[in-house]
Design a protein around this ligand. Structure first.
Ligand code: CMP
Length: 138
């Protein structure tokens, strides 16, 4: 079993789509073993996305991620990191395959509905950013 960090972004909470996304996550065989709704400050978003701080889109990304509530969650399945990335679809929704979360829900490359960890190392860091062990119940 593997764990990955998922974020339902402000475009999802704004349109009241948390349950719709969670239904798809669960139907795809991922178990939501921890979940909470937060409103990140700009500083918290900058800290979470620090790996992207040199990228041209960093400021816009952090202001979007702090523009409204997010739902952070830990997902568990076999091969959860790669599996959830397939369930999410391509970063740019214009390239996301039919049936993926981003194809169905995303508004743009910035407001792209969901985040998922991209490696084992980042998953461990990202999960620890939001959750303690006692909050994860498989
Ligand atoms: P995410 O998986 O949350 O990780 C970084 C985010 O930056 C990414 O999803 C996109 O929503 C956002 N982003 C905004 N603009 C770009 C861009 N030009 N290229 C890649 N990611 C971008």
């Amino acid at each position: 079993m593997e764990r990955t960090l998922s974020i339902l972004k402000p475009d999802i909470t704004r349109r009241n789509l948390t349950g719709a996304v969670n239904e798809k996550i669960e139907k795809n065989g991922l178990r939501i073993i921890a979940q909470k709704r937060l409103h990140l400050s700009l500083e918290e978003a900058q800290k979470f996305y620090a790996v992207h701080k040199e990228r041209s889109f960093f400021n816009d990304l952090c202001s979007f991620m702090s523009s409204g509530p997010v739902v952070v969650q830990v997902l568990e399945s076999d091969n959860a990191i790669e599996h959830y990335r397939k369930v999410m679809g391509a970063t740019n929704p214009a390239n996301a395959d039919e049936g993926t979360l981003r194809h169905e829900f995303a508004e743009s490359i910035e407001a792209n509905s969901v985040h998922g960890s991209d490696s084992l190392e980042n998953a461990a860091k990202e999960i620890a950013f939001f959750f303690s062990e006692i909050e994860m119940v498989g």
